[in-house]
Design a protein around this ligand. Structure first.
Ligand SMILES: [Zn+2]
Length: 154
């Protein structure tokens, strides 16, 4: 049985997407429960990442596959360019079997919150290549932007 479904949610005003109140730890269990379902959805559908917005939850967080851990929960993400952009073809669980040419920064500096032992913890790091690409793609979802809006269909 499918618990969640990635839908095509276009033209969501950025103002309608709320950031997570990291002062409220009572929300952590709900987040973890949802993230678990989102991880499973990624595995079942061979996706690398999924944002809350894609399942109709208008909040700024997503799950993504990482090298170290299987998946990470990324809350209230930001990224800053660190170098030039390049063209890449990306897919999205909201647009199955479609590819879009988009421009991404090769290197970025990121900051976000994640969950560790029942607490929100702050993370800051540098990313490049594929991880950086996914981070930009998913952060864009949290701003109401999809590859169909910013890219060109292949
Ligand atoms: Zn996407």
């Amino acid at each position: 049985m499918k618990l969640i479904e990635a839908s095509i949610l276009e033209n969501i005003p950025k103002e309608d997407i709320k950031s997570i109140d990291i002062g409220d730890v009572t929300y952590i269990n709900d987040l973890k429960g949802l993230a678990g379902q989102m991880f499973q959805y990624c595995i079942d559908n061979k996706g690398e990442a999924l944002s809350a917005v894609q399942i109709g939850i208008l909040e700024t967080w997503f799950v993504m596959r990482t090298i170290e851990k299987e998946y990470a929960i990324v809350i209230n993400p930001s990224y800053y360019q660190d170098g030039s952009r390049y063209r890449v073809i990306e897919g999205c669980l909201s647009y199955p079997d479609e590819g879009y040419v988009v421009k991404r920064y090769k290197r970025i500096k990121v900051d976000f919150w994640t969950i560790h032992d029942g607490d929100f913890i702050y993370q800051k790091e540098s990313m490049m290549g594929y991880a950086a690409e996914i981070f930009q793609h998913e952060t864009d979802h949290g701003h109401g932007k999809t590859i169909a809006q910013i890219g060109k269909k292949r």
